[in-house]
Design a protein around this ligand. Structure first.
Ligand code: MN
Length: 453
């Protein structure tokens, strides 16, 4: 819990500078069908500040305490600065929907100053926000909440003649909270390393089990089984288990085709540990041996990935990492005869993009596409120690691309690792997951799944 308390303290410090209170909700249950819900997953901002996974909760942060008229220097150390609203204990309901921490136990368990039933939030909110000029709140997610926040502001404005200062600005979490989340602490990195280790085990299990006739869905299930049996909180995103030409569909999630002898399997799968994500792609031969063409494309993508990873260091940018990968790919595409011309001219003309399609990197953290600005003042921002990004170049040659020699068609390769920016350069959090042709081939086809009757 100290990690989440530390996050709250950091945010409170920043909020104090601008006289801003914060209201952060967790996620709401989402209906899957009729009266069944998806497994609950807390909102990432809320989890970052509380480490509390129950639904129907909200956190209020008050940097100057409940009475915002007090100056910072005079603040009573016992003053209430963190208030959690949550579900009350209810033995009857808990029989149906699971255990609850409850209001009485919350302050000690979570280190918050005060806790109240979630039903009292809207009634108490105006008093809590009184005399704060700004309120950090993410509008536009849930209409009923937006309504409640606006009502609280309206209530306070009506009390202005009585000397209350009503808030005059609603501010988004992006500039302050999401910038904090972008820089990972050692405690957060421990969780990301744990997620990377489990994800590595799942990719190795998939390589070992893949074989002609095995279903993409079996690989999908094996990966999730490996995540869950190791205590992961689940998948960080829907697994992509794409055999052959399906790999050319970037967000292919049907995962319902049989694996075919002689084709590749592109597996993009990562787990969460305490909701911290990993995001890894490996591409490997279904029968355990790359064809000459598959190997040529694979080695090219690998060269691009490793060159781009080498470019990750403080002062570099996500754009530079992308350009580094793309320039390697262009040169290789010319070498292999898939593009014709001068590599620099082809790069400027973006001729390679029909094979490379997507960007090379995104931030990674509590969200797989994590928060944090990619540019500052219109310029790509420099990388700094503590940031984590993916490096994931790919080449995709569709089965119906009649502009290329038939031997290349239907080959899709992506290789993706998670990279931490360090003071001296970088650390690959997902190192050790088979990646060279030799390592991948020897990890493949080692144990067969029990055939489905
Ligand atoms: Mn990714």
């Amino acid at each position: 819990m100290s990690m989440y308390r530390d996050h709250r303290e950091r945010l409170l410090e920043r909020l104090a500078e601008s006289g801003t209170a914060a209201l952060v909700f967790t996620a709401t249950h989402k209906v899957r069908n009729h009266d069944c819900e998806y497994r609950f997953r807390p909102d990432s901002d809320f989890w970052y500040l509380t480490g509390f996974a129950e639904p129907e909760s909200a956190l209020v942060l008050l940097p100057r305490g409940v009475d915002a008229t007090a100056k910072d220097g005079e603040r009573d150390p016992h003053e209430v600065r963190t208030v959690l609203f949550l579900r009350e204990k209810n033995p009857e309901m808990e029989t149906w929907t699971g255990r609850r921490l409850g209001v009485d136990a919350a302050p000690e368990a979570l280190g918050v100053d005060a806790a109240y039933p979630i039903e009292e939030l809207w009634k108490r909110l105006p008093e809590l926000l009184k005399n704060y000029r700004r309120v950090l709140y993410r509008a536009g997610l849930e209409e009923a909440r937006d309504r409640g926040v606006l009502d609280a502001l309206s209530t306070l404005r009506k009390r202005a003649r009585g000397g209350v200062l009503p808030p005059v600005e609603l501010v988004d979490p992006a500039p302050v909270l999401h910038e904090l989340r972008l820089f990972k602490t050692p405690a957060e990195l421990d969780k990301m390393r744990a997620a990377a280790a489990i994800t590595g085990e799942a990719h190795r299990a998939a390589m070992a089990a893949a074989a002609p006739g095995v279903g993409e869905h079996e690989i999908d299930a094996l990966v999730e089984y490996t995540f869950r049996r190791r205590g992961s909180t689940g998948m960080a995103y829907t697994t992509i288990a794409a055999g052959g030409n399906n790999g050319c569909i970037l967000h292919y999630v049907e995962n319902d085709a049989p694996l075919v002898d002689g084709e590749l399997l592109l597996l993009d799968a990562g787990c969460e540990v305490d909701f911290y994500a990993s995001d890894v792609t490996r591409t490997f031969p279904v029968n355990g041996t790359f064809t000459l063409e598959q190997r040529a494309i694979y080695d090219l993508v690998l060269e691009a990935e490793e060159t781009a990873i080498d470019a990750v260091r403080p002062g570099a940018t996500v754009d530079l990492v992308h350009e580094t990968a793309q320039r390697v790919l262009v040169r290789g595409l010319v070498r292999l005869g898939l593009l014709d011309g001068d590599p620099d001219e082809l790069y400027e003309a973006k001729a390679h993009q029909r094979f490379t399609i997507h960007k090379t990197s995104h931030w990674l953290g509590l969200d797989v596409h994590d928060c944090g600005a990619y540019s500052l003042d219109g310029e790509p921002r420099p990388l700094e120690p503590g940031m984590v990004l993916t490096v994931e170049p790919g080449l995709y040659i569709t089965a119906d691309d009649d502009e290329v020699d038939p031997r290349w068609r239907g080959i899709a390769v992506r290789i993706e690792d998670d990279v931490l920016v360090t003071a001296s350069g970088h650390e690959v959090l997902t190192a050790g997951i088979p990646k060279t042709v030799d390592d991948v081939e020897s990890a493949c086809g080692r144990e067969s799944l029990e055939p489905v009757a």
